[in-house]
Each structure stands twice: as structure tokens, then as C-alpha cells.
Design a binder for this molecule. Sequence first.
Ligand SMILES: N[C@@H](CCC(=O)N[C@@H](CS)C(=O)NCC(=O)O)C(=O)O
Length: 286
Amino acid sequence: MEVVKNLLKTQYKEICIAGILGIVLVLVFKWRKKRVKKNYPPNTIIHHQIGRGPYAPSKTPFAVKLETYLRMTKVPFLNEHDSLANRSSKGKLTWIEYNGQEVADSEFCIQFINKTFCIDLDKSFSDEEITAGRAIQRMVDEHLYWTIALVRWVFDPKHGIDVGRQLGVSRFKSLRLKNLVKKLSYAQGVGRHTEEEVLHVMDEDLQALSKFLGKKKFMLGEQASQTDCAVFGMLSQIHWQACGGASEKLYKKYPNLIAYCEEMKAEFWPDWDDCITHGWTRKASK
Ligand SMILES: N[C@@H](CCC(=O)N[C@@H](CS)C(=O)NCC(=O)O)C(=O)O
């Protein structure tokens, strides 16, 4: 007690300044976290996502997935490239808003779009096909994703492939992403494997996708379905943005997946070239 009293007597000024600075910092932090509500056109899906990518429309597979779905269903939507500073209620980078209502998580966004616009892209498929589609979506979003993230941010850089630079991410941010991916994938489980094991399970997922696709045009048949959005979103990161790294080498073993990505791009992204920055040589115009 005596020590505190003495400190207050002798360092009174410094303690006051530190206190005021602390309060200011907390206020600034809270203010930054508060969303600035914008006025958007009514009855339009606002797709919040990060900015465009160098060779694919986004650096995150979930934004490519969701935008592909919005394009597939032809619902009215517009992109807002603000989610680095304006994240979803779950802290993630891709989400939607509709007449002021916010929805987080790409799968919940798709379900919301279906309900709001009475859409069912899967209606011509059997229950068995739809169930297989669900299993594939989960494998891609919840498993293949972590292998891609680990290769992109942890393993490839270790072998001198500067993915961050090619994706327009600063050294400091790449380091932060590396640590975040390590931490999150460790909690999920895939991050506990060795590099060799991660590549092995990634290859197993790619092989499963390739075998399931076979000679079909889309994952479930001749018609595109919800499943295709998750698969295309994820594969777009290997097909166009793996920067010659380990995942690209594995992926190249599956020519039907390569053809599938080209098909999806041609069908749903005729304006692809306007939605990428061509390796940061220009601004994406869309
Ligand atoms: N289940 C989510 C996954 C989204 C996700 O993990 N997005 C990553 C970007 S690829 C993200 O926002 N990461 C930021 C973070 O976890 O802090 C969805 O489908 O939307």
C-alpha cells in the first residue's frame, strides 16, 4: 500500500497521462469497430468481401464461392470490397447484407439467398446426389481449405516461394497470416500433420474430387449446383493463385479438374478479366 501511495505522489503526472492515453485508445478502438451503416439499394444482396485478387477475383475461396453463387442464381447483388475493415459478425471476411439484415458464413448466406428469393438449384437432383454434394462441400470448405492455407502461408514460403508478395500481401501481414493459419489449423487438426502428411491429405481430397467429377460437366451432373460454387471457389485458389507452389503441382495431376475450372470460369465469369488485377498491373474494373 505504502509503495502505491509513494508512486502516486512521485509519478502522479505520468500515471494521469498513461490513464488518459489508455482511455483514448479504448475509445478509438471501439469507434473503429463500430460499423458505418451505409445506404444501399433495397432488395439487393450486398456482398461484403476483400478487394480483387491478382489472378482470380479474390484471394479468399469463400468470396469466389459466394459470388459464383450470386452469379449462378442471377439475384440482384453488388459487391462492397470493404471487409478487411468491416468483417462479419463471426469475424470472417465474406458475408452479405440484405435490406439491413446481416448474414455471416458463406453456407448460411447461400441458404438465406435460397429462402429469400425462393431458389432451389438442386431440385433436379436426387436426395443421394444432394447428400453427396453436401459431403463434398464440407470436405472442400472444412478440410481442403486448411491444406491450401498451410501450403500458401507456411510451407511454400519455407521453400522460397514468396506467395505473399505475388498476392500483394506485405511481409509483416504474411508473417501474421502464417502464425494465424498455424494456430487455427492446429486447433482444427490438419495443422498437427507434417508437411508431407498435409500434401498427402490434400492429394487425397483432390483425387476424390477428380474421381467424383469423372467425365461430368459439373460436380453433380450436366447442370451446375450449389456444390460447384464451393468446389470452384476452392480450386480457383490452386488453379490461378498457387504461384507455382506445391498445391499446383498436385493439382496438375488431375486434368478433369483443370478443365472443370475453365468451364466454370467461362460459364459464370465471362467478365473474369475485369475482376482481376492481372498481377497488380492494373485496377480491377469490376
Ligand atoms: N465457414 C466460413 C469460412 C470463412 C473463412 O474462414 N474465411 C477466412 C478467409 S479465407 C477468414 O475470414 N479468415 C480470417 C480470420 O479467421 O480471422 C465461410 O464459409 O464463410
